[in-house]
Structures are given as C-alpha cells and as structure tokens.
Write a protein that binds this ligand. Structure first.
Ligand code: NAD
Length: 483
C-alpha cells in the first residue's frame, strides 16, 4: 500500500468547494419529497459497501492507527452498521408527521410536527474513529433526506481514501461527497451557508466551528470531548469495574472521546483496585515491558506529535511526584505509549488539566463522595461520567448533583452504542445529540404545521373589543390560572 501519510492531501481550493456546494442545491430540493423506502435503500447500500470492504478497512486502520482488527469491527464498523439497521427499521415511523392535541387557546385547530430535511449539510470528523464519527452521522443525514459534504480529519489518510472510494461508488457527488484536507479546508467549507453543520472534534475547534456557523445562523451539532471522570466506591464490584475501566481506557490506545479520563477510588479499596488493574494489564497485554510493546492488541498513537504530547504529560506528572504503578514507557518514533497507571498525581500536574486522550489512567483516592461531587462540579461538564457503586443513595446523589453528556452506572463507554439513547455532550462537551431518532432529528427541521378546523375560537376575539369580548378573554385568563 502506498504510504499516504507521506503524501499529505492538499487543501481543496475555495472555487472547487463552492462548486460542490452549489451542485448539491437541486438535489437537496428534490430530496425533500424522498420517501422512507428510497432512504432505506440508500442505507442498505451503505451497509453493503461497508461490509464488502471489511479486509480493506483492517489494512487501512493498521496503516493509520495500527488498530487491531477486532477493535475495527467493534468500534468502527459495528456502530455504523447498527446505526443503519436501527434507522432502516424505524425510519418510516420517525418520518411520519406527529399529530399534536390542541391547547386551550388553540381549540378547534389541527396541528402536527413535520420532519423536513435540513437541506445541505456539512459533516466534519476527527481522526480517532474516522469511520464511526463520519459515517454514523451520515446515516442520520441520509435518513433525514439531506445532501452531505463529508470532511474527514487529515490524520487518517488510508481510512479516508477508502471512505472516499465508498462514497464515490454509492452516491452522486451532487448528493454526498468527500472533501479532503486539513483545518484550512474545514474553514473554507465553513464560509459556505450550509443548512446544518455536524462537527465532531475538540472543544477548541468546536468554538471555531460555532463561530463560523453563526455568520449564517447555521444550526450546529457539536460532538466534543472532555475529561470524563470515573468514581469507584467500596460497594462496587471491583473486578468488574477494573475490567470495564481498563477496556474503555486502552481500546484504541485511549484515543476515545468517552474513555474514562481519570479515576476517583474510595481510599478503603484503592490498593485492591490498583492491584486488579495491574494484574489485568499483565493478563491482557503482557508481563514485561517488551511483551506489552509487542502486543498486537494495542493500537498506536495517531502521530509522533500526539505521542510526544502524552509522553510529556506522563513525565511532567512523574517529575512533580506522581507514583508510577504500571507502564510509563513512551516512544515517539514508534508512536507507542505503554498502558500506564499513575497515582498521587499532584494538583498542579498538567495531566489534571487536559483531556488525556491516550492510554494513561491517573488514580486518586477519596474519602468523601461529597468532595468528589464538588470537584467534578468545579470542572467543565464532561461528555461522560462513570459511577461504580451499588449504594443507591450514592447513585442518586451523583446522578442528580452532577451534569455530563451521559452517565453510566456500573458500566463504561457502552452508553455510546445504545441506539435508543441520545449521544452528545453538554456545554463544553457538546451541543445537540446524535444516534437513532436523536440523530434523525439533528438533521431534520421540526416544522410546525397548523390548520384551521370548523370551530374558530379566535374569531370570538376580533375587534372591536366589546365589553362582552373583554369579559370572555378575562374568563379565559382566569381559567388558565386554575387548569
Ligand atoms: N463527542 C464525540 O462523539 C467525539 C468523538 C470522537 C472525538 N471527539 C473529540 O475529538 C477530539 C480529537 O479529535 P481531533 O484531534 O481530530 O479534533 P480536532 O478538533 O483537532 O479536529 C477535528 C476536525 O476539525 C478540523 N479542524 C482542525 N482545526 C481546525 C480549525 N482551526 N478550523 C476548522 N477546522 C479545524 C480537522 O481537520 C478535523 O477534521 C477529542 O477532543 C475528542 O474527545 C469527540
């Protein structure tokens, strides 16, 4: 395979982008009247195209992230296939106009909510799950009847080449097309008056995207990141907690938006929990440093620069007095960071302030759950919060007194996979939701449609405003106070 990483893709020129955008206008109009059957047929073609390339995905992911094939299946292909299956099964119902009952002041009218395509949409993706985060939203956009320009991250050239080939095979560019390039291309695209922008990436770039979209008052869905905390108390099943947390942390080498960022563990069980984590790393990846590095089951960091950033975070924490419980090795040239456990990380270490986004897990002991809740509430609202506890009052306190995009009780990361749940952040971790009907709605305009009925209550209040009409309106106001 040609080393695409050595041949970075040039940013697309503004005239080409403008042409692609304009080319999609007539299709966007035509798609307004597309049927559920037509959209489902497209989703099935997308599913088949994805599956036909199964081996090619493995090769491309090996080149970009050295990602194990099982992780490609589990975290890239399955989520998109499931999203497509779910949408295909429910689309006819989602598209149906929703009748709504009249309220007191609208008695006599007939009302419904229409789900109309937003129109021309832009989907910008990150590098960490380049199929899942691009084609997952594409499923929702197609289900809702839109045209789409997809802009993948510049850091996954091998996967992007396959995505572009797949899209070119299945769609006319006037309906769906892929534009490759980096930040400059994304910014050129954002100059165009899209009807909706769906962005997945960092909070810093999310702000740029939202600022650009504001110029056209374009609606946005922002799927961002953050430091998702984990709490483990002494009532938890520690073995299960350690198994799930480490799976969430080390899959894709920790480069996962909903990965557990750091752990608060109750002091009484801290030693047992850390011992279980150490044993699990040895059992899953190898006992010696060399065995772990040789493990085929650990993905690599995306670039040398990202590896250096993470290595610097580990070294900074250790130089300030953190304790190394496992791993710690990093090699920028090999884009390798060992699965690492840290304890006693001082408050001023940089790792406490940035989204870690790599296979490094700081573990901190706590004495009072109220303190942990207070700590979490001083930070920006995270994308996910994980609580391992069988103590009902603790579950209730953490659920009601904190905020995050999603929360898992005695589980980890799988909230992402549930098509019946909204997936998204809150404030700093994102705006809007993806997946299932929530993704369909993100790419739809909920249009209010009201029709008059035979009874016309409003006609009782036309001018001139006689004393009788004033009495009637006063009676209505009084009635609304009590109903
Ligand atoms: N919430 C989610 O579903 C989700 C999923 C995956 C990743 N993430 C988050 O994404 C981040 C990692 O991905 P990343 O490093 O690719 O994110 P990023 O924000 O750097 O890049 C995302 C996309 O934005 C483009 N971009 C970069 N700089 C830009 C700029 N100045 N102007 C316009 N566009 C620009 C990139 O080319 C890329 O396509 C993490 O914060 C992670 O938590 C979130």
């Amino acid at each position: 395979m040609k080393d695409l990483a050595m041949h970075p893709i040039d940013d697309a020129d503004p005239q080409t982008l403008q042409r692609l955008f304009e080319q999609q206008a007539p299709t966007a109009l035509a798609l307004r009247s597309s049927t559920a059957r037509e959209r489902v047929a497209k989703l099935k073609r997308l599913r088949d195209g994805l599956l036909r390339r199964r081996e090619a995905w493995y090769t491309a992911f090996a080149a970009d992230l050295r990602k194990p094939p099982l992780e490609v299946d589990l975290t890239e292909l399955l989520p998109v296939l499931d999203e497509a299956r779910h949408a295909a099964a429910h689309l006819a119902r989602w598209m149906r106009p929703q009748r709504v009952w009249p309220t007191l002041t609208t008695l006599g009218t007939h009302a419904k909510v229409l789900y109309q395509p937003r129109g021309r949409c832009l989907i910008i993706g990150p590098w960490n799950y380049p199929v899942n985060t691009l084609l997952g939203p594409l499923v929702s956009a197609i289900a809702a009847g839109n045209t789409v320009i997809l802009k993948p991250s510049e850091f996954t050239p091998h996967v992007n080449a396959l995505v572009a080939e797949l899209v070119a095979e299945l769609f006319d560019p006037a309906e769906v097309t892929v534009v490759q390039g980096g930040a400059a291309t994304a910014q050129q695209l954002l100059v165009l008056p899209f009807d909706h922008v769906f962005f997945t990436g960092s909070p810093a770039v999310g702000k740029i995207v939202m600022g650009a979209a504001a110029q056209h008052l374009t609606s946005v869905t922002l799927e961002l990141g953050g430091k998702s905390p984990v709490i483990v108390d002494e009532t938890a099943d520690l073995q299960r907690a350690a198994e799930l947390i480490l799976w969430g942390k080390f899959t894709n080498a920790g480069q996962t938006c909903v990965a557990p960022d750091h752990v608060f563990v109750q002091r009484s069980v801290k030693d047992r929990f850390t011992r279980l984590c150490q044993e699990l790393i040895a059992a899953r990846y190898g006992v010696t440093d060399a065995a772990v590095e040789a493990s085929p089951d650990l993905a690599r960091m995306i670039t040398r620069r990202h590896t250096e950033r993470l290595g610097a975070l580990i070294d900074d924490a250790l130089s300030r007095g953190a304790t190394l419980l496992a791993g710690g090795r990093h090699d920028a040239a090999a884009r390798y960071v060992a699965p690492t456990l840290l304890a006693d990380v001082p408050a001023d270490a940089r790792i406490g302030a940035e989204e870690i986004f790599g296979p490094v897990l700081p573990i901190e002991a706590f004495d009072s759950i109220d303190d942990v809740i207070r700590r979490i509430n001083t930070q920006p609202k995270p994308l996910a919060l994980y609580l391992f506890s069988h103590h009902r009052p603790t579950q209730a306190a953490v659920t009601t007194q904190t905020s995050s995009g999603g929360i898992c009780l005695n589980h980890c990361v799988q909230q992402y996979a549930h098509g019946g749940l909204p997936f998204g952040g809150v404030n700093h971790s994102g705006i809007g939701s993806a997946h299932g009907v929530f993704g369909f709605k993100a790419f739809s305009h909920e249009r209010a449609c009201l029709a008059s009925g035979r009874l016309m209550v409003l006609s009782l209040f036309y001018p001139p405003y006689t004393p009788r009409k004033n009495r009637l309106s006063a009676a209505l106001v009084r009635a609304l106070r009590w109903v």
